[in-house]
Design a protein around this ligand. Sequence first.
Ligand SMILES: C[S@@+](CC[C@H](N)C(=O)[O-])C[C@H]1O[C@@H](n2cnc3c(N)ncnc32)[C@H](O)[C@@H]1O
Length: 267
Amino acid sequence: MSAATGTPGDSAPVRSNQPGVHPRLAEVVRRHLERAWEQPPHGPTVAALEALRRRLPELHERPLVLDSGCGTGESTLALAARHPEALVLGIDRSAARLRRGGRVEPRCDGRAIWLRAELTTAWRWLADRGVHLRAHYLLYPNPWPKAAQLQRRWHGHPIFPTLLALGGRVELRTNWRIYAEEFAIAAAIAGRRAAPAVARLAEGPPLTAFERKYAASGHALYRVALAEANAAPESARDGAGRDADVGESERGDASPKNVVQEEVSSE
Ligand SMILES: C[S@@+](CC[C@H](N)C(=O)[O-])C[C@H]1O[C@@H](n2cnc3c(N)ncnc32)[C@H](O)[C@@H]1O
């Protein structure tokens, strides 16, 4: 994909045959919450993580931040600056993309580490070892915008309960508003509230290659931030209003009036 990191300003907005939140979202999320996912792990990912643990025994001892689907990995470096107390692990399955960013994996640059791995296995591997993340970034995941692809989006995937079980403050960014809305609703169904449900990102220095490309193409960018499970919401808002916003959407009314929006800094 030439547009993957590259040419600013030529990116088409996400096109979908879904006019709003997927009507089966709640049913799919609840089903995944009830049943553990039992697909066999991806062997090379397990091997890569075991090798990383041998090389970095402090992996389980220091606070850990994940940059899941880090692409070329520039965000991983920026996040390491933002989280000086933590190791920041950027994971992507695309060797080509990691290489394009100069992160031939596994590669460490101070506290930033890049690894080529499959996320669904990596998340399970970490959760099985009781890792509790300090923060988890999902920056511009593939949108899978066709209605039939709901279960390929992270919140519609059977891995979603594991993603949430890893804990930490979760930040999702996307240029597809419906993805953000669905993610916030799915998290609420699983007991994690986003506050505000969905926020528009204000213009600012881009955190990732895709963010740069989308911003240059004039796309609106959205952010969902889930506070740590027991933490106070990061942006104090009227609790009654927030509950109503998510609750309405859960009942299948996906109209924009149900989504809280405010501009938040992109940093
Ligand atoms: C749209 S790109 C965004 C990359 C980067 N976060 C950015 O904003 O520039 C999505 C990335 O997620 C990676 N990805 C998607 N599914 C994955 C999976 N199951 N395991 C690992 N990486 C995955 C892709 O290889 C791709 O680099």
